[in-house]
Each structure stands twice: as structure tokens, then as C-alpha cells.
Design a binder for this molecule. Structure first.
Ligand SMILES: [Cu+2]
Length: 431
């Protein structure tokens, strides 16, 4: 499927693991809001939760005013069915919002045939849906937590109001099971940005809850020198599937107990490592009332042994092909959503590195290997002048394996669409 952008760019999403996300029209917008409300109300009505429907809607209505304090210490608090709208952004009638629905569910995600791993996933897909907006657009994301665990969304590289930044216990309470949290902000600055969960990040974000957030410029100065037609996003990943399996099972067991305690008003925040301040935490540790779990460590999580590596949720040979034609420029946005660096090498071509962390470089650099570090985004331009099938892969070859078996890992193929091949690619999974 090719989406025509306003600026004439074809955004090709054929090979994407997910769907590109574009905002709802204004008619749909109302529908979405109502749907979210009904969904929340249904949760209240259908669940074991005894909150009355109206008080379930938490309008911290300020959008600039009002008290927005943590509810984590309220005895018997229950957030299922609540819609939380923190202050700090314009109200619906003040700006023209593009509205997006995002939720989190648990899926069995297939990395490569035969390997399915439970993951927390935005809208049930890994990576999450790709946002495509223009710089300056107002964005409203209605986030519904459809799991038994807590989550937030952090907008990585976007300069949002702090109440929308998604760091649990620093800018907001985590979004509880069944809760709806509404993020609002202006899409800026332009460039390759992304989003991820910020609760339990090594598991949640690195092992599933990550997606691209592309902020386009209506007049992209890069097009002067690199008149690209197609625009690809590659999210680079690293998974420890044993960790993911153990942690998710353990967490869900723990959260069921925690949710029950919360609903019964029997949860003691301190036993769960929740403190009102750093001083409270320090005092509790010093006088022996609280023993931090890191004194013992957690065997499932230390150290992680990453055994699968991927691009957009898939490891080689399940990975994607990037289409190109002779005489065409393509743009490739690399985003490292995992915890190890990927050293991406392209065969048969040099490319131009044009942007880092969303911002254009003052001087593009000509390379054929680019080092993509955790959290960073790197944009490159490739010119089609050498027809064939070309590997674009992580050159740290110990990571070019699936569970220790070569070849695998983060490996894409640059595929010319306008030539007659004399050799056609085949598949080998054990060398
Ligand atoms: Cu999460």
C-alpha cells in the first residue's frame, strides 16, 4: 500500500510489520472519543470493579490548571475504567487535534518461523503502528491499557509538555490495567522520532512496546540534494526470549495479586517499593524497614543474553525487502529500540548519512557501515545505481544469528524492482 503524502512523497508501507497511522478526520474524531468513553464505561460495567461510571471519568480538566497528584498512595484506589487527562496541553476546542487510538495487549509475536514469544504490543503488533504527521500538527493519543500490567508512553525526541512525557513516578502515575490515559502534544521538532513504554523498559519497550514517530516537514530541505521518493523505517531490536517469557509470566502473576490488594485497599506502597520522596526511600532503607530487591538481584534479568535480533519485529530470513529502482533515491530511517548497538553495513553501495536523532547533519557523510546505538535514530539516503539483491545487515556477525545459529538477526535486503536477475535469492538457515 502506498500512501500519498501532501508533499508528493510516496510513503511505501508494503513491507512494514505494522500499519502506518494517520489521523482521523474531524467527523471520525468525535467517534473515536466516544468509542474510548464507551469502552471505558464497558470496562467498569463488565469488570469486578465497583466504581460508578461517571466518577470513573477523571477529567483533570485543567489543561493548564488543576491539581494533578499521584493517586498511587490513596488507599483502595482503583484506576480501571478511568480516563485520565492530565493538564499541560490545549483543550479540544483550542486546537485542531489529530486523534489516534493506541492500546497495549499481550500477543504471541513470531520473530522467525517457529519462535513465538509473549510480548506487550501496541495495538497488538511489534513494532507498534508508525505515526506520520507534519511538524506543528497537534496530536492526541488515546491510550488504553488492555493488560494486567502497568505502562506509560514516552515520546522519544519530541519536545512535549512534561506531563505528557510518560516517565512513571516522575511525570505521571503509570497507566493501570483498564485505565485510559490521554496524551496531547504538538508534533515537533521534525525528523525521525519514536515512542516506547517507559515502565519496566528493558522488558516492555525493548521487547515489544516501541514504534516510529515520523514528523515530516512540508518543505524538506534534504530533498534538494536527495530527491527521495520512498521512505522506509527500520526499527532495530534485540531480544532475550527466555527473559521475555519468564518476566511476562512472573509479572502477570505479581500484578494479579497487586491488583487484588489495591482493590481491597490492602496494598502497602512501601512493600512494593513506592515512596513519596527520595528522602522517604533513603530513610526506609537506612532504618531497615525496606530491603531493596536489587540487593539480591533477580536471576531472570541479570545479565540479559540477547539471542534474537531483528528489524521491525522480524529476524532474518523473515526480514523485509527494501524496494528501489535505478535512478531512484530512497530514504531509510534507522531507529534502535533495543539494548545493543547494530552496525549496519550495505553491500554494493555507499550511502549518505543525513540525520541523527531526527536532526539533519550540517554535512552529510558518505558511508557503507553505520553504527546505530541504543535510543538513537539515524537517517540515510541510498541511490539506486547498481541493480541486484543487496544485503543490508548487522556486521557484528555474532549478532547475525538466531539463537546462536548463523545466519539470522537484523538483515534486510535492498531489492531492485526494475531488472531481470540472473541469480534469484534462495534461503539457508544453518551455515
Ligand atoms: Cu509497558
Amino acid at each position: 500500500m502506498t500512501t500519498k503524502m501532501d508533499n508528493g512523497t510516496d510513503v511505501d508501507v508494503r513491507h512494514d510489520a505494522g500499519q502506518a497511522m494517520v489521523g482521523h478526520s474531524s467527523d471520525e474524531r468525535q467517534l473515536v472519543s466516544r468509542r474510548a468513553f464507551l469502552r471505558a464505561a464497558a470496562l467498569v460495567a463488565g469488570g469486578s470493579v465497583a466504581a460508578p461510571a461517571l466518577s470513573a471519568v477523571t477529567e483533570h480538566a485543567g489543561h493548564g490548571g488543576g491539581n494533578y497528584q499521584s493517586m498511587m498512595f490513596m488507599p483502595g484506589h482503583n484506576m480501571a475504567g478511568q480516563i485520565t487527562e492530565p493538564p499541560g496541553a490545549p483543550a479540544d476546542d483550542e486546537v485542531d487535534y489529530q486523534v489516534f487510538d493506541l492500546d497495549v495487549r499481550i500477543v504471541q509475536h513470531e520473530i522467525v518461523p517457529g519462535i513465538r514469544v509473549p510480548m506487550f504490543a501496541f495495538n497488538g503488533q511489534v513494532p507498534g503502528p508508525e505515526f506520520h504527521v507534519y511538524e506543528g500538527d497537534w496530536v492526541k493519543v488515546i491510550f488504553t491499557n488492555n493488560t494486567e500490567e502497568m505502562h506509560t508512553i514516552h515520546w522519544h525526541g519530541l519536545t512535549v509538555p512534561y506531563t505528557m512525557d510518560g516517565v512513571p513516578m516522575l511525570t505521571q502515575d503509570p497507566v493501570h490495567p483498564g485505565q485510559v490515559f490521554v496524551y496531547r502534544f504538538q508534533a515537533k521538532p521534525s525528523g525521525t522520532r519514536w515512542y516506547h513504554c517507559h515502565w519496566g523498559t528493558p522488558l516492555h519497550a525493548a521487547h515489544g512496546m516501541h514504534g516510529a514517530f515520523i514528523v515530516h516537514r512540508r518543505d524538506d530541505p534534504l530533498k534538494k540534494h536527495f530527491p527521495y521518493q520512498r521512505d522506509y523505517t527500520l526499527m532495530l531490536e534485540a531480544w532475550d526470549i527466555d527473559f521475555a517469557r519468564e518476566e511476562i509470566e512472573g509479572l502477570l502473576r505479581g500484578m494479579k495479586e497487586l491488583n487484588t490488594l489495591m482493590q481491597q485497599g490492602r496494598m502497602d506502597p512501601m512493600t512494593h517499593g513506592l515512596f513519596r520522596s527520595y528522602q522517604d526511600y533513603l530513610t526506609a532503607v537506612q532504618d531497615g524497614r525496606y530491603i531493596p530487591p536489587y540487593l539480591q538481584g533477580r536471576s531472570s534479568g541479570v545479565p540479559l543474553r540477547f539471542n534474537f535480533f531483528g528489524i521491525n519485529g522480524k529476524a532474518h530470513p523473515a526480514g523485509r525487502h527494501l524496494g528501489i529502482r535505478r535512478g531512484e533515491w530512497i530514504r531509510v530511517r534507522l531507529i534502535n529500540a533495543g539494548d545493543v548497538s547494530h552496525h549496519m553495513h550495505l553491500h554494493g553501495h555507499d550511502f549518505w548519512w543525513v540525520a541523527q536523532d531526527g536532526n539533519d547533519l550540517l554535512q552529510p557523510q558518505r558511508l557503507n557501515t553505520i553504527h546505530v546505538h541504543p535510543g538513537g535514530t539515524y537517517d540515510i539516503m541510498i541511490y539506486g545505481d547498481n541493480p541486484g539483491y543487496w544485503a543490508f545487515h548487522n556486521h557484528a556477525t555474532l549478532m547475525a544469528r538466531n539463537n546462536g545459529v548463523y545466519p539470522g538477526g537484523a538483515h534486510a535486503v535492498l531489492e531492485y524492482e526494475d531488472f531481470t536477475p540472473s541469480y534469484r535469492p534462495t534461503v539457508s538457515v544453518d551455515q
